[in-house]
Design a protein around this ligand. Structure first.
Ligand SMILES: Nc1ncnc2c1ncn2[C@@H]1O[C@H](COP(=O)(O)OP(=O)(O)O)[C@@H](O)[C@H]1O
Ligand SMILES: [Mg+2]
Length: 360
């Protein structure tokens, strides 16, 4: 068969993206097709650099092309990405494609640990990532990034003061903890909090970001509603631990986002401290806080289960030392965090897709 661009597109239109249930050609994901004799090269543009289907789609492209043109062809595929967005209201945070709120019904479930390591995992895949620590009750991002006592730069832009995020480990950061000295944070009262949060949401120069994660305070009170209604997140992740008492609170968090006046899509539930695997017995899993709670609650609310994150001393240590463990690769717990990050990016891409794209 003659190798032409049209014939390549016909072959590639057999490759279906399982998330969008349409083929890559219809989805405009194939670009720059070049043909030279027996050599075909093109780019597949994914909706996120953290796409868990990357390998699958690449091998499917190879398979259909060889089926069409025979085994003798050579194929060069560049896998790239363009993160999608649905943010139309760019009066605030222009350049930020997706805002993801990380919430939990109660404190201590690992919301900040999950936010930090998800941010790092997404950045490691090549996404442009920002992290906003909006936990007025206990901002912990400065410690977790080894930035205690640091202050972000403030610049005057067109007569207004703007905060410049601090960049570390490839992630841009702003924390409410940068603005106040430690214990003061807990005695903040309504109007102060509101104005600090407003400044946070509107007066930070993030530049171009694919994902901005917001580490919310634990709970579901008025302050959450005001942060969420100011920031208008693209979606929310709810972090829980597996046991019943934590789940009751996670339900409240999901209800808050689904409240018609808030109406933020819940991207899914991440279960933290799901199990412990000792380093010297990698085949074992101890379910210290019970089992299955996170996936049960995801099913109950008809949302996605984003994955299980193990409990491990190195995770705690990394947080305390200001060197998130994800920076050192190749551990079973690092893999688990990366998998959850992939799932988050995937759910963002799905929720950004036009409705006609995801209907079968
Ligand atoms: N998966 C985990 N394994 C080990 N320690 C963890 C894990 N997740 C969180 N921690 C530790 O638990 C404590 C509370 O976590 P943190 O992220 O601050 O919770 P939150 O933000 O929900 O209050 C911290 O000391 C943190 O290092
Ligand atoms: Mg926290």
């Amino acid at each position: 068969m003659n190798i032409t661009k049209e014939a390549c597109l016909t072959a590639l239109s057999q490759v279906i993206d399982p998330d969008f249930k349409k083929d890559l050609v219809t989805l405009n994901m194939i670009e720059n097709i070049e043909i030279e004799g027996n050599a075909i090269s093109f780019t597949v543009v994914l909706t996120t650099p953290a796409c868990p289907l990357k390998e699958h789609l690449e091998s499917e492209c190879r398979r259909v092309l060889k089926e069409a043109f025979g085994e003798a062809i050579t194929i060069h595929i560049e896998m790239s990405s363009r993160v999608t967005t649905q943010r139309a209201d760019l009066n605030f945070l222009p350049g930020v494609k997706n805002i993801i709120a990380v919430a939990s019904g109660k404190g201590g479930v690992g919301k900040s640990t999950v936010s930090v390591n998800l941010a790092l995992a997404l950045a490691k895949k090549g996404a442009k990532v920002g992290l906003m620590d909006a936990d007025i009750y206990g901002p912990s991002i400065p410690i977790m990034f080894g930035l205690e006592g640091k202050r972000p730069r403030v610049e005057e832009v067109e007569g207004a003061h703007k905060i410049i995020p601090i960049e570390k480990y490839g992630v841009k950061l702003v924390s409410i903890g940068f603005l106040v000295a430690g214990p003061q944070a807990v005695v903040w009262r309504g109007p102060m909090v509101s104005s600090a949060i407003r400044q946070f949401v509107t007066d930070v120069i993030w530049g171009e970001l694919d994902y901005l994660l917001i580490d919310l305070p634990p709970g579901t009170g008025d302050i959450h509603l005001s942060i969420v209604s100011m920031a208008k997140p693209t979606g929310a992740i709810v972090v829980t631990t597996p046991q019943d008492v934590a789940l009751a609170d996670a339900r409240k968090a999901i209800d808050m986002f689904r409240n018609p006046s808030i109406n933020v899509p819940v991207l899914g539930v991440a279960e933290n401290m799901s199990y412990f695997t000792p380093d010297d017995a990698p085949e074992k899993k101890y379910h210290i806080f019970g089992q299955g709670g996170g996936s049960e609650i995801a099913a109950e609310f008809d949302t996605n289960f984003l994955g299980q994150l193990p409990i491990h001393p190195a995770i705690r240590q990394g947080g305390d030392d200001g060197e998130p463990f994800l920076l050192s690769r190749g551990t079973h717990y690092a893999d688990a965090f990366e998998e959850v990050a992939d799932n988050v990016a995937r759910q963002v891409a799905i929720s950004n897709a036009p409705v006609e794209t995801i209907s079968v």
